[in-house]
Design a binder for this molecule. Structure first.
Ligand code: IYR
Length: 219
């Protein structure tokens, strides 16, 4: 029998208050930038733990929570990740990537050098569990882990930290370095820390599509 319990936490709010809350979060999220230049200052582990807890509240297929977060501040492990990621990125920029892909990246000014993988105080490797511990199939894994990662970014940004969503391809080296089991696939590598005082962002990144461009209302 399915046990159900009363819902809590959804007390109705007055509409102007609702709009204020939504607007306030919109403004906070609008200030988020992808950071590629981090300060080396340490960030307490408790802050990272709290943000991972926030991500862990995400909805998921059949509530299977098919994610695992590996938070790394160890300098030697960060060095190994940088070395492996830069090797993949060199292969990408020097041949694997199509001209069309490189053209799309040009306004960002990215290249194969990833010093931030060592400078930033924390790396969070997000893993997606295709199957559970007992070999059972998980459902909507990509959607679930994508939502949880979005919530992780929101939590880190709200806490005042800078993030970079890094996806060197392939990321199989993360499985080995983070000592994760074969039922998990690396999903994304989040780089976390304070932005360097001198950090800049590509102007291109400020071009956000407008509401009419991203939405259709069928009133
Ligand atoms: N992974 C490479 C390339 C790259 C790809 C996309 I799509 C980006 O939005 C940014 C970079 C790198 O990290 O440089």
């Amino acid at each position: 029998m399915t046990e159900h319990i009363p819902l809590t936490g959804y007390d109705r709010v007055f509409e102007p208050e609702m709009l204020m809350r939504a607007e306030s979060l919109r403004r906070t999220l609008h200030t988020r930038r992808t950071i590629r230049d981090f300060a080396p200052d340490p960030i307490p582990r408790e802050i990272i733990e709290t943000c991972i807890r926030a991500a862990g509240t995400a909805p998921s297929g059949a509530n299977q929570q098919p994610w695992h977060f590996v938070a790394i501040s160890n300098a030697e492990i960060k060095r190994r990740i940088r070395e492996a990621a830069e090797a993949e990125e060199r292969a990408f920029y020097e041949g694997k990537a199509s001209d069309e892909w490189l053209d799309a990246l040009a306004p960002l000014g990215t290249d194969a050098d990833k010093p931030f993988l060592e400078t930033a105080p924390w790396l969070i490797a997000v893993f997606a569990q295709r199957r559970g511990d007992e070999g059972e199939k998980n459902y909507y894994v990509t959607e679930s882990v994508g939502i949880a990662t979005g919530m992780l970014i929101t939590a880190l940004h709200t806490a005042g930290l800078g993030t970079l969503t890094h996806t060197p391809a392939p990321m199989t080296f993360l499985t080995e370095i983070c000592e994760r089991p074969a039922n998990e696939k690396p999903f994304v590598l989040m780089v976390v820390g304070y932005p360097a005082k001198t950090a800049t962002v590509p102007a291109h990144a400020l071009n956000k599509k407008t509401l009419p461009q991203i939405s259709t209302f069928m009133d």
